[in-house]
Design a protein around this ligand. Structure first.
Ligand code: SAJ
Length: 439
């Protein structure tokens, strides 16, 4: 075993290894906390000084991390924060938790990873382990990160510095599965990299799942989220087919879900939102296109999911038509705009596409969402309506887009003239009611 590897493993074992987390978002801050709570000294590094100041003020900017936790760790010196990358000079172990969005073109945007890598490369020294957590296409760690981090003469990957990938599995708002207790896959550039990274993570996380390479770890994450995206696409197409057949898709799904094995329930909806599911699979299909392979399931599911907002608007238009009302000039109240129930996250929310499409067709659109007081879409500013009951009564059609638990669906059903329910929010009451149209 190389002496650098021995020394690093000893520091990890004794928890004297100095840790840095690059990127203090919904992945990085909980990870920093877990390592600090395990007894390591952790410095969080972020280019956003506001995030750093919040932590130094012993506050949390991430809902899943209580400020009390930050206060305890900062006051004990276990958690620090800075925008200064030069602290990496003294660091033994680094985890990179930066965003991997899509460009407007639909291509992967790796600029955050490359920026973090270029900053880190200036301070790379023998005896370091680096783990990339950001979801990306298979090969990123080896093809993009390794050349940048291992460029200096005195560095040899798997010998005196170690590089691995470990996919984040953070589901914001979830209480049962947390950064600490969610099994964590870890795969290195070399077996020694897998070993060192797994050893490091194993000192703080409940379950580490070592795999043979960074590519296996990168691909495992993409399988997880592609699995969801494709099954959601399939069940959305089921909804369209059931509509054509005059069959209630929600009843069909509930019946199928009684099968105790070999079935996993997914439900149709107005489209696919969030920063993971609509985006991660497109990293995979993009990579395969570069290898002259078309990932047909991903492309088809993406097409179906992307078309759901248009399908919802057609349901609204048809429902109004049944009441001899043109969509143009009708008042439509969109109920719930977050990308999924009971959260305040608007990223990639299909509600935005629906609002835009309704406007384009001349409808007078307003929205209500208790978690999202304001939003801007296509240059138009919207504010969540103040008087929900009055807005429901006034609307020609209420479109239930995000079924937050906080809503009183009985009152909505009572007061609305017409409802398009895209989430089965009204349940059984929906079926026999002529003023309710389901997805
Ligand atoms: N959706 C449906 N039908 C479904 C499930 C979801 O239309 O049956 C829609 C949601 O409304 C939302 C989008 O899909 O718009 C994504 O929903 P999601 O439940 O997958 O929630 P996310 O985006 O928060 O996914 C995260 C992911 N976590 C990570 O990537 C670490 C995902 O892998 C998790 O499986 C998911 O949380 C979860 O299970 O909650």
């Amino acid at each position: 075993m190389s002496t650098e590897k021995e020394r690093l493993l000893e520091k990890i074992d004794k928890k004297t290894a100095q840790i840095a987390i690059l990127g203090l978002g919904y992945v990085g801050l909980p990870l920093a906390v877990v390592f600090a709570e395990a007894g390591f000294t952790v410095v969080g590094i972020d280019t956003d000084s506001r995030k750093v100041e919040t932590i130094l003020n012993q506050q949390s900017h991430i809902a899943d991390v209580p400020s009390e936790t930050i206060a305890k760790l900062v006051s004990s010196g276990k958690l620090q924060a800075t925008t200064d990358f030069s602290v990496l000079d003294q660091i033994d172990a680094v985890s990179i938790c930066v965003p991997t969005p899509l460009r407007k073109t639909g291509d992967p945007d790796l600029s955050f990873i490359l920026d973090a890598a270029d900053k880190l490369a200036q301070f790379m020294h023998p005896g370091m382990v680096v783990v990339l957590e950001s979801t990306t296409y298979p090969g990123t760690t080896r093809e993009l990160l390794l050349p940048r981090l291992g460029q200096s003469e005195n560095l040899s990957v798997g010998e005196n510095f170690f590089l691995a990938f470990s996919p984040e599995r953070v589901d914001p708002g979830r209480q049962d599965w947390t950064t600490y207790n969610t099994p964590k896959v870890v795969g290195g550039i070399t077996p020694a990299c897998s070993e060192v990274a797994a050893k490091w993570y194993g000192k703080a996380l409940q379950t580490v799942v070592p795999v043979s390479s960074a590519e296996v770890a990168e691909m495992a994450k993409l399988l997880e989220n592609t699995f969801r995206m494709i099954n959601i696409g399939m069940v959305n197409e089921m909804a369209i087919m059931c509509d054509r057949l005059g069959i209630d898709v929600w009843e069909v799904i509930d019946a199928a879900a009684t099968k105790p094995f070999g079935f996993m329930k997914f439900t149709p909806g107005p489209g696919l939102g969030g920063h993971c599911i609509p985006i991660d699979p497109l990293y995979l299909s993009w990579k395969l296109r570069a290898l002259n392979y078309t990932a047909r399931f991903i492309e088809l599911a993406s097409e179906i999911n992307t078309n759901m907002p248009r399908y919802v608007v057609s349901k609204v238009q048809d429902a109004l038509n049944q009441q001899s009302k043109p969509l143009k000039g009708s008042h439509i109240l969109v109920l719930g705009v977050a990308y999924k129930p009971d959260i305040d996250d608007l990223r990639e929310s299909p509600a935005l596409d629906i609002i835009g499409l309704l406007r384009q067709k001349g409808a007078i659109v307003s929205y209500h969402d208790p978690y999202i007081p304001h939003l801007q879409h296509e240059g138009v500013n919207y504010t969540s309506v103040a008087d929900l009951d009055n807005s429901i009564r006034h609307a020609d059609c209420v479109a239930i887009i995000t079924n937050h638990k906080i809503y009183n669906y009985d009152t909505i059903l009572q007061n609305a003239k017409l409802i398009v329910d895209t989430r089965n929010a009204l349940g059984e009451k929906r079926r026999s009611n002529p003023k309710v149209v389901s997805l």
